[in-house]
Design a binder for this molecule. Structure first.
Ligand SMILES: NC(=O)c1ccc[n+]([C@@H]2O[C@H](COP(=O)([O-])OP(=O)(O)OC[C@H]3O[C@@H](n4cnc5c(N)ncnc54)[C@H](OP(=O)(O)O)[C@@H]3O)[C@@H](O)[C@H]2O)c1
Length: 223
């Protein structure tokens, strides 16, 4: 592990909560700052609210939770897709609207266009399942430019679309020798820690099990 990608424990959370930050928050940041071309912001000064929407596909996933909160801190209005069970959670994390991804694709697209009033410029697929949906959605938004799409999956099934830029966020996080990636990850640390310490970024929900015995992880895995 390259030491410069290590995230110091935010002062206001426990060590166990801090353990939930790592790769999930890094993956959200890689998608947002590298994939969606959102400029790094100063976490000491809240970003001015933008009259622009960002979409998080899979807002209820671990990466999606982080992405929603960081995009809000960057000033975007955020709409997420999730199941109806997760609507309350997404609202609590700051999402302005949620759409049930279990509806038909035409219904999901129609709701997204209506909620955002077609003012949607950034979409993060945090569950790697939406290449087809984004192709159709961004086709509807041909006139909006520039637009960005990023995914935790791969782009091979994405239709070639000249009217938006796409980027896959996966990378060998933290391995020594990848200087560009590790330097990017290093630039996210200040943002992650400050947002957590100011209550704008919540660590993932977690369950602590056992008392440090060697077989505790096996018991936890059975849940
Ligand atoms: N977690 C990490 O640290 C990490 C690191 C690197 C990369 N990744 C990548 O990031 C992606 C997400 O991983 P994760 O661990 O964050 O996932 P996760 O927490 O296991 O996500 C599960 C949630 O995804 C939602 N979901 C499932 N299918 C969906 C769909 N078609 N549309 C919208 N939401 C859907 C469900 O939400 P509902 O409950 O609302 O139905 C479910 O609760 C994966 O591609 C993974 O490989 C994750």
């Amino acid at each position: 592990m390259d030491a410069k990608v290590t995230i110091p424990k935010p002062k206001n959370i426990s060590l166990a909560q801090a353990a939930t930050l790592g790769v999930g928050a890094d993956t959200a940041c890689l998608g947002i700052f590298n994939g969606l071309n959102v400029p790094l912001f100063n976490p000491d000064n809240p970003s001015a609210a933008k009259d622009e929407w960002a979409l998080v596909l899979g807002g209820a996933s671990s990466v999606g939770n982080f992405a929603v909160q960081i995009l809000k801190a960057a000033g975007y209005k955020v709409v997420a897709t999730c199941s109806t069970n997760s609507f309350q959670l997404l609202k609590a994390l700051g999402a302005d609207a949620s759409v049930d991804y279990k509806k038909s694709q035409p219904e999901v697209i129609s709701e997204l266009l209506s909620i955002t009033n077609r003012n949607l410029t950034r979409a993060y697929d945090a569950v790697a399942m939406n290449n087809e949906l984004i192709t159709v959605l961004y086709d509807e938004l041909k006139d909006v430019s520039p637009k960005y799409f990023t995914t935790t999956g791969d782009l091979s099934s994405l239709s070639i679309a000249p009217h938006f830029t796409s980027h896959s966020v996966l990378g060998p996080i933290g391995r020594p020798g990848n200087d560009k990636l590790n330097s990017d990850l290093n630039s996210f640390i200040r943002i992650i820690v400050k947002l957590v310490e100011t209550g704008k970024l919540a660590p993932s929900e977690m369950l602590e099990m056992g008392s440090g015995n060697i077989d505790d992880p096996v018991e936890a895995w059975k849940l």
